[in-house]
Design a protein around this ligand. Structure first.
Ligand code: C2O
Ligand code: CU
Length: 450
């Protein structure tokens, strides 16, 4: 049976959590519209000499909510790759995790992803094979899913913020993995880009314009600390999911790797966004506002509220409570953990190039962290026992945390919090730190929905 999007959305209100999930929805391959996505080598003109990067020929993909789409990824790179649709509740086989949900796409080969997003919002896509290197080389893009009932914005801008580590001669620093750096906050960049261009990004609006800024942290490890100078801007959505009601934007906020924030702003006077985590503050984006927007249209912040997505209902009846304990790293006091079926002392783990553990396991254990039935509500007890913040990311799922849905969540050092999630599509789903240096050195696990 093929449902149209409208039938599906209409039905969504009355269906149970499990049955409202989109997985049975499947059109036959040949009917699906096709987008080509080429992963290839290219150059960026940031400095005096061109910088060789890896990127997608199509840096922004646009989908429609509830409409299935075929995306043919062709690998023109010198090594295998995959593509992960970060935040999209896709079928597990389409999740793009090399070695878990698919075999990598070999050089010269293609793979057809079939994706259908039940949610409208701001997502992104990136390589999920040798991520530590491929993401740092630039393999990511914006993924915008639009819905029929979203309000109009005169300006709608995705801003993918990244920091690149370049050498003096303008090359990407080839030292992608250094265990010392990985045991700390990870490799930090020295060049800031927005949408793969050198910052600051410049936009132009007319006063009275409704502006939507879709912020994405696409850096490998840097937790962005942003200062917003957009008078009376609102937070409309986190990780693609609209807040129940828009909230005032704090003056300073953090955005960990993989996290997104949609801001709504009634343009009044020139505004800017600063990044203040480094030694000197950098301008990320600047929006010039000129007088003369459409006169006579009454504007008030409520006109920007986004319609909520068909998320499952979080039940008070939690079927299991699972500890998700972050341990290890420098100054971390991790004594031992399981790695590849063996219990190893921290020193032995270091010899294996591993320094972080999730719930006593390093890397992908053979058995999942937990198994849950589709529709079950599971509580996760996050407990950061390390000396560093971590941005945890759930594949194919959002967790309910701090009164909002989030697929990526920064947990500061020493912090504990309980979040809940509803098991979605059947399959094997990753949980990992999106600071890729931490993921690559152990901080990842998986769960299974049956
Ligand atoms: Cu954004 Cu496992 O990835
Ligand atoms: Cu981490």
């Amino acid at each position: 049976m093929t449902l149209t999007r409208r039938q599906w959305l209409k039905g969504a209100g009355t269906l149970t959590a499990a049955s409202m999930l989109p997985w049975p929805l499947r059109a036959s391959q040949s009917e699906l519209p096709l987008i080509h996505l080429q992963a290839r080598e290219s150059t960026a003109a940031w400095l005096d000499t061109p910088t060789p990067v890896w990127s997608y020929a199509q840096p922004t993909l646009r989908l429609r909510q509830g409409v299935a789409q075929r995306i043919r990824v062709t690998n023109h790179l010198p090594e295998p790759t995959t593509v992960h649709w970060h935040g999209l509740r896709v079928a597990n086989a389409m999740d793009g995790v090399s070695g878990l949900t698919q075999a990598p796409i070999e050089p010269g080969e293609s793979f057809d992803y079939e994706v259908m997003s039940p949610d409208a919002g701001t997502f992104w896509f990136h390589s999920h094979h040798n991520t530590i290197e491929q993401l740092a080389r630039g393999l990511y893009g914006a993924l915008i899913v639009s819905g029929d009932n979203e309000p109009d914005f005169e300006q709608d801008w995705p801003l993918l913020i990244d920091d690149w580590r370049l050498t003096k001669n303008g090359r990407i620093d080839p030292a992608f993995a250094s265990l010392h750096t990985q045991a700390h906050g990870g490799r930090m960049g020295n060049v800031l880009t927005i949408n793969h261009r050198l910052g600051p990004w410049q936009g132009r609006a007319r006063s009275g314009d409704r502006v939507r800024l879709r912020l994405v942290n696409s850096a490998t490890n840097r937790i962005l600390q942003l200062r917003a100078e957009f008078p009376s801007a609102l937070v409309l959505a986190k990780d693609g999911q609209p807040l129940t009601s828009p909230e005032p934007l704090p003056d300073v906020f953090i955005l960990g790797p993989g996290e997104r924030l949609d801001l709504g702003w009634l343009a009044n006077e020139t505004g800017q966004l600063m990044e203040v985590s480094g030694r000197k503050p950098l301008v990320v984006a600047r929006v010039e506002v000129e007088p003369g927007g459409e006169a006579g249209i009454p504007r008030y912040p409520g006109v920007m509220a986004l319609p909520v997505n068909p998320m499952p209902e979080v039940s008070a009846d939690v079927t299991q409570t699972v500890p998700l304990k972050m341990e290890g790293g420098a100054m971390g006091r991790l004594e031992s953990a399981r790695y590849e079926g063996e219990t190893m002392a921290f020193r032995e783990l270091v010899d294996q190039g591993q320094v972080w553990a999730l719930s006593g396991q390093v890397g992908l254990p053979e058995e999942p962290l937990f198994r849950a039935r589709q529709g079950e509500t599971v509580a996760l007890q996050l407990d950061n026992r390390t000396s560093f913040p971590h941005t945890l990311h759930w594949h194919g799922h959002h967790v309910w945390a701090d009164d909002r849905w989030q697929d990526s969540l920064t947990v500061t050092r020493g912090q504990t919090k309980t979040v809940r999630m509803v098991a979605g599509g059947p399959g094997k789903w990753l949980i990992h730190c999106h600071m890729i240096d931490h993921q690559a050195t152990g901080m990842m696990t998986w769960f299974e929905v049956v």
